[in-house]
Design a binder for this molecule. Structure first.
Ligand code: AMP
Ligand code: ZN
Length: 115
């Protein structure tokens, strides 16, 4: 299912250009337009799931596929010393695009602080 008003659905469909780094049947991944670290990639399910609060037993396969892709992408990007995976959920979590996405952040030694 896609949402025709959703920025990331448009990006997945190729209606908006993106710096694609990975794609499979379930997952699309691209470079963040405003990178916060040397490597900053967004990994999204092709299925439109609005946010982490909407993950359930019916759609969790799409989330699992995102994490399989994250491991592959991190290896391809040379993040052998580690990286951070971030999900912002809802207003208080700072989510600005309402299509579930996981930030892969790395390529440098990150702060141990979460916030
Ligand atoms: P969040 O704040 O977790 O919802 O993250 C949304 C992310 O999407 C931000 O890091 C933005 O920089 C990024 N973003 C917004 N529009 C685009 C775009 N067209 N291409 C790539 N990244 C984008
Ligand atoms: Zn969407």
């Amino acid at each position: 299912m896609t949402d025709s008003n959703c920025l990331f659905c448009k990006l997945i469909a190729g209606e908006i250009p993106s710096g694609k780094v990975y794609e499979d049947e379930y997952v699309y991944a691209f470079r963040d337009i405003n990178p916060q670290a040397p490597v900053h990639i967004l990994v999204v399910p092709k299925e439109h799931i609005a946010c982490a609060a909407e993950i359930n037993g019916e759609n969790s396969l799409h989330v699992a596929k995102c994490f399989e892709a994250i491991a592959k992408i991190a290896e391809a990007e040379g993040l052998d010393k580690g990286y951070r995976v971030v999900n912002n959920c809802g207003d208080d979590g700072g989510q600005t695009v309402m299509h579930l996405h996981f930030h892969i952040i790395g390529g440098t030694k990150l702060s141990e602080r979460i916030i």
